[in-house]
Design a protein around this ligand. Structure first.
Ligand SMILES: [Zn+2]
Length: 180
């Protein structure tokens, strides 16, 4: 496939193609060039200088902060270890009654508030809405994506990261610390 130049990738990011298409582009193996250009563009757009290791969404990034792999919003707000679901460190607005859910489900089939709730995850630093999910009441936040960073860098990009970290979901450990 033809090499994408930086301007093409910038257009993708800016909505010529929707985000899922951009992600597909980035998932294409053996084209580290696209990944590197994408990261370079995003690095210039964020309000922090820690190197981006992996973009999670247009607003959230796994970065290397003093050797620790943490999640940051583009504004610089930190969400902690990337192996902990970042959603538990966000502000959460819950819509769980008919009045509040109907505000966002105008003209569409509305989830039943007896069973479902809409959760909006907001950055405490800049107020951006980072994610919205409809979940059954009582279900923990969905951990959308826990990437295996070491495998991605060593096997896909062919340049292992200087350190290694155990590839495991640490969300419950973090919650247990709150309770201690
Ligand atoms: Zn933010």
């Amino acid at each position: 496939m033809a090499e994408f130049d930086k301007a093409d990738i910038e257009k993708l990011i800016d909505g010529v193609l929707p985000w899922p298409a951009t992600q597909d582009m980035l998932k294409s193996p053996k084209d580290t060039n696209r990944f590197d250009k994408y990261v370079e563009i995003m690095q210039a757009r964020v309000d922090f200088s820690d190197p981006i290791l992996l973009p999670l969404t247009p607003n959230l990034f796994i970065v290397s902060e003093g050797g620790n792999r943490v999640v940051k919003c583009r504004c610089g707000q930190g969400f902690g270890d990337y192996r902990v679901n970042w959603k538990i460190s966000a502000l959460i607005r819950v819509r769980d009654d008919e009045a509040s859910i109907s505000e966002v489900y105008v003209g569409r089939e509305m989830p039943d508030p007896k069973w479902m709730q809409i959760r909006e995850y907001i950055c405490a630093g800049c107020g951006s809405q980072l994610e919205v999910e409809a979940m059954p009441r009582g279900c923990p936040p969905d951990f959308d994506f826990l990437p295996d960073l070491d495998t991605f860098y060593s096997e896909w990009l062919g340049r292992p990261l200087p350190d290694k970290s155990e590839y495991v979901d640490k969300t419950l450990d973090a919650i247990a610390e709150w309770q201690a």
